[in-house]
Every structure is written in C-alpha cells, then in structure tokens.
Design a protein. Sequence first.
Length: 678
Amino acid sequence: MTLWDRVARLVTTHPKRVLLATVVPMLLPLLALPSLRISHDTLAVLPESAESVQGYRALADHLPVGETNPIVVVIDGDVSVFEDEAFQALGDLSRNLRRLPTVASVRSAAMPTDGQRPQDVGDGVAAETQALADGLREAAAGAGELTGGLERVSGGLAAIDQRLPESGTVDGQVGLDRAAAGAGDLAAGLEEGRRGIGELRAGVAALRTGTAALGAGLQQARGSTAQLRAEVAVPADAAVRRAAEALDGFTLGLLDPRFPDAAAAVGEAFGRITGRFPPGHPQAGERVQGGYDGLVAALEELGSGLDEAAGGTGALDVGLAELDAGLVALDAGLAEAVAGANALRAALAGDAGDAEGGLADLTSGLADLRAGIDELRAGVGGRLLPGARELQAALDTAAVDVAESDLAELQIGVGPFVLTPAMLDAQPGLREALSFFVAAGETRTRILVGLDTDPFSDEALSAVSEIRAVARTSLLSSPLADATVVTAGATAFLDEVDQAVTRDFPIIVAAVTGGVLLVLIVLLRSLVAPVYMMVTVLLSYGAALGVTTVIMQGLLGVAGLQWYVPSLLFVLLVALGVDYNIFLMGRVREEARTRPTREAVAEGIRHTGRIITSAGVILAGTFSVLLVAPLRSLTQLGLAAAVGILLDTFVVRALVVPSLAVLLGRWNWWPSARSAVE
C-alpha cells in the first residue's frame, strides 16, 4: 500500500477528525495578522553594506533625518509669486507649514533659511523677560547697597561732627591743653573719615557701572518690546479681528453644533488681544473687564515705561556723578583738616605763640568744616538717601511686576522670519538669489519641507496629506488660490503608493476571487464545491501571511512586510492553490460518474497525489531560493510563497478539500443532476 493509498483511506474513513486536525492549526497563524505591519522603508530592502544605505546613515548622523529626503510642495499658478500679495501668501504658507508638529524645517522663496520653531520664540520672549526681571532685582540690590552706604556716610559725618569742638573758638591755655590732648584723636578721626569716603567713592563707581548696564538692558528690552509689538502683537490683532469678522459673517456655520464653541474660543482670543468684545457679542465693542486695553496697547505702555526707566537711570547716573564730585571735595577738605590737626599738634608741642596762631586758624577751619559737613549731611540724609530708598523700592516692584506679568509666560505661535515684498523691492538682487525656489516664469515655485522623523515611516506618510491640506487651505483668498498644489519627493511617492495599495487591494481580492470562482463553477458545474475550494485557498493565504509575520516581525525583528508582499502573495497563492485543487476535484468528478463520492475522492487522491505533490515541492523549493536573496523584500516574498505552496500541497489539497468532499457527498455537485444520485 502506497503513501497516498493510506492518505485516501484515512480521509475517507475519518473525514471529520482529519478536517478538525488540519483546519484548527491553520487558524492559529491568523491570530498574528492583526500585528502585521506594512513597511514602505525602501532602505530596509537593501543590506546595510549597500553604499546608498551607508550614505543615508552618514547624512542622518549629521543632519535631521527628515531633511535627507524632504517633501517638495510644488505651487503652479497663473500669477508671479513675486507679486506683493502672492509673495505674502507664500510667506504665510511657509509659517503655517512650520507650525505642524511633524515638520522640522521649511525652506521657500519667502523663507529661504529655516528659523526657530514657533514655541521656541515664545520661550525666548519669556527667557528675555525673566532676564529683565533678574536684572531689575540685581539693580534693586545695588540700590540697597547704595542706601546702606549712604546711611553709613551719614553716620560717619555725624561721628565727625561729634568729634569737633562744641563751640567755634578755643579759649586760652585751657583750650590749648584741651586741643593738645585731643589733636591726635581729631587727626585720627578725620583720617578714618577719609578712608570711609574712599570706600564710598568705590561703591558709587560700582553703582554707576551697574546703572549704565541697567540702562543698556532697559533700552534693549525696549527694542525687543517694540519688535514684539510690530511682529507679533499687531499681526495677531489684525488676524484675530479678521477671524472674528469672518466668523460673524459665516451664517452657514450656525448649523454646525460646534459653532458656539468656536465662536467662544475666537471671542476669548479677540478679547485677550484687543481688549474689546468681538462683533456679534452682546457687548460688542465694550471693554473687557479689568481695564485691559489689549496686547498692542499693553506692549506700547510697557515700552514707554521702559523708556522712562532708562531715562531715570540716566538721571541717576548724573546724580551719582555729582555725589562723587562732592565726595572728592569732602575728601580734600578732610585732608586739609587732617593737615591742620597735625600742624596743631606739632605747634602745641612747640612754641605757645605759634600754637595760639595755629589754634585760631584751626578754629576758623573747623567752623568752615562744620558748615560743609552740615550741608553734606543735609544732602545725603535729606535728599540723596530718601531718593536711593525710593529707587530701591521702585526697582523691587518693577522686578516683581515683570516676573509675574503675562509677558513672562507668553507662548506666541509666531513663525520664523520671512522675507516681505518690501525687502524684495529694496534688494533687487534677492529675486535672482531665490531662483533655486522659483522657476524661470516666476509662476511656479517649490517649498522644501523637512520632517522630524524618518521620511519612510508611517508618521511621515501621514504628514504628507496634512501638508497638502495646509498648503491648499493657506492659499485660499490669495492670488494663488487657483494654483495647482502638488507634492513630490520620496515620501510623497510612497504615500501615493500606500493609498493606491489600500484602495486597490480589496478590488484585487474581489476580482481574483470572483473570476476564479466563476471558472470553477463552469468547470465543475457546481456551486458548492467551488465555494469551499475558494475558502480553503483563502485560508491557506491567511495562514501563510500569519506565519511570515511571526517569523519576520517576531523572530527576526523586521519592522514590517514590504508593501507589495501581501498583494503579490495573494495573486500567487490563489492561482497556484486553485490550480492544484482543480487537478484533484476534476479527477474526483470524473470518478464520481461511475462510483459514490467517497470512493471517487479516494481514487482522486491516489491518482493525483504524487504528481501534485511533486509539482508543489519543486515550486516551493524554487521560491525558497529567494530566502538567500540580498533584497529583504524578496526574502519575505520567498518565505511567504514557500509556506503557502507547502500548505496547499500537503494540507489543503491532500487533507482539507478531500475531507470536505467526503462529508458533503452528493451535495458537492449541487445543483447539477449528479447531486441527486449517490
């Protein structure tokens, strides 16, 4: 008894057991199909040793990976892109593309060099604002040190004043004795006062340096505020006004249940930026509560305040210069007083007559010194010291206000710097320099969009559709509204391929299945047998694809099967699987003319088993050669085809289809006349 005699006997004797034992294992690989991933990574097809792969990896090590294969947005219209409104629309489009979360860079005629990400600009404004607050705090600390120094000067002057004699004259020998006793102390006290004046002058010099730096910082902050107003606040104000007006006039949108939420969001933005309620609001035109006049006005007020603060630092610097000059004069006076005290002490130690003359001079000098000290104390304590305290308090308040203001937390979504039509007019050579982006006729231009992800990844393919939508929407209401907007590049090409495969695969399945089923019906003159034959072939295809998924993705760690493998495998396995089943069932139908279906199936297995099995093994071996191919996509296809052919040869054709034929009996041939005879 041959092998195929044993198989025929097993199938005809225990058809249910055979069917269950074969179908259940074939269903298990189907569980892996939900995890099947489709890959469009053309680099993954080549081995790592390929020069193109190595070159791509080298570029990716030094450049953003998405910029190695940018998406090219091509805009082809009827007007010159250098016309003012068209060029402005091109700049707006560049900004809008740059705001997309998957976009890493945008380069166009209006934005030839990529700038910061939108949120980075807001972060920079917040950082500069925080730096300004820190500088104000440091200035406040310096003002505090000045206040302390002035208080110490005032105390030192008081101490000097106490050391001077109570009266303006010194009488007689008793006075000479007192002067002799205190001359040394007076000289020492005056010298100590001079040292204090030197330290104070050093402090004043340091404060003048800090005041100059503060003034420069305030001027720089004023410039940044003016730029923020011109480049952010004013365009944002105009944009939100246009949005509110458009929303107010969009009566069709009232039918959308989301319209109230959109109107509320635009109204909130309108109020925060303009300080007034938007059109269509019950309180349209009235001020928003809190006295807020809008971002533009607030920035203008902040700029004016910074100007005043900068001017105040200039006045403070002038005052400090005058203070320094006064301290110089005071130091000179103290030096003369020290010299006089020393001369007095020497005179007291010598001739009394000379001492009396020196004492008279000292008395006169001390009177003048007392008057100068009183005047200086009045200036320090009555004017300069309160001013320093006021300056310290003002700087403390300003630092807190800036740190706690909305400006410190500002995250404005402005785009990178773009060229304007005025710049083109001012620099005629710019147009020639931008010829890389604009074609000779000036009606066709391109935008290079670099992604922040692998250009062959699923995220990159999804970004293509978003980029197309943003490009077409952004150009509405502009001279380029009727322009043709298309995308090019490797990523755009693969996206089109993916859409075609996704769209056409169901059509391929329906066409192949319907065509093959029609051929089987005509050949076998039956409706039942062709149906389960097609079902078993589809089961074989699913099992082969599941096994390939487990091996490639699960065991070998491949990112996914190449996009064309499932489609090509389906056509291949359906053709081969049905071909083998036709050989078997055609012979069974011939045998069923003269014998029962069970015996006809046994005869069909015996006569076709060796031939079909040999053909299947040869074909599977042929496809197995692809397993050693250098292209990984061919490896995947070779593995899937070999597994599917072997399943068709040894399981579907040899066991599953014969078991079903035995179980169905004469119903295999329904509705032909043969189904009525068994």
